[in-house]
Write a protein that binds this ligand. Structure first.
Ligand SMILES: CC(C)(COP(=O)(O)OP(=O)(O)OC[C@H]1O[C@@H](n2cnc3c(N)ncnc32)[C@H](O)[C@@H]1OP(=O)(O)O)[C@@H](O)C(=O)NCCC(=O)NCCS
Length: 153
């Protein structure tokens, strides 16, 4: 009898060799994607850049900075074909764990006002809207507000 062993998905640090795969997902899921340079600069700057992968296939990632006891989640994405399986929540919880280990007392993020799927995920985890930034994001035919959300640890 032969048993097929499937490698478990794992979270690990993003490296420069991941950037092509990350940008491919970025362009798939965002209308206004981050550039290669945004990701390579984040890695070079020592930001907390994590990826989700299974068997060498990268399917999610995020970037966080921590300073003055505050963590800021700058971006979080799951490839379109892997969404709605709990991976976004899993990766977000991993970032929260890292932030707590680094003695952050809260986490902040911005989310487009129209991005209800992401806002639902953040609310489910316990984030609360604390402010709105007018015209924060580029949008088709103009600008869009961001909702500023905070999770207190
Ligand atoms: C926002 C994003 C990161 C969420 O990732 P995700 O992996 O789809 O998130 P989850 O699977 O944890 O949760 C999404 C939904 O799937 C549901 N779900 C989770 N596991 C499930 C499963 N096994 N079966 C069915 N549904 C499931 C969740 O309950 C949740 O439902 P909701 O939409 O009613 O809230 C993802 O949609 C994404 O990358 N979007 C594009 C980029 C983006 O907008 N990023 C955020 C910028 S602020």
């Amino acid at each position: 009898m032969s048993a097929q062993l499937q490698e478990m998905p794992q979270v690990r640090r993003m490296t420069l060799t991941d950037v092509d795969a990350v940008v491919a997902i970025e362009r798939e899921v965002f209308l206004f994607p981050w550039t290669r340079g945004n990701f390579s600069d984040s890695i070079d700057s020592g930001y907390h850049c994590l990826v989700l992968e299974q068997g060498g296939h990268l399917f999610g990632y995020g970037v966080m900075i921590i300073g003055a006891e505050e963590a800021h989640l700058l971006t979080l994405s799951i490839a379109a074909g892997s969404q709605h399986k709990g991976w976004g929540e899993r990766l977000l919880r991993h970032f929260i764990q890292v932030a707590k280990e680094r003695h952050a007392r809260s986490m902040f993020l911005d989310v487009r006002e129209s991005n209800h799927a992401a806002a639902r995920l953040y609310e489910r985890i316990g984030f609360r809207q604390i402010a709105k930034r007018r015209d924060y994001y580029p949008a088709m035919g103009g600008r869009e507000d961001s909702l500023v959300m905070e999770l207190m640890f």
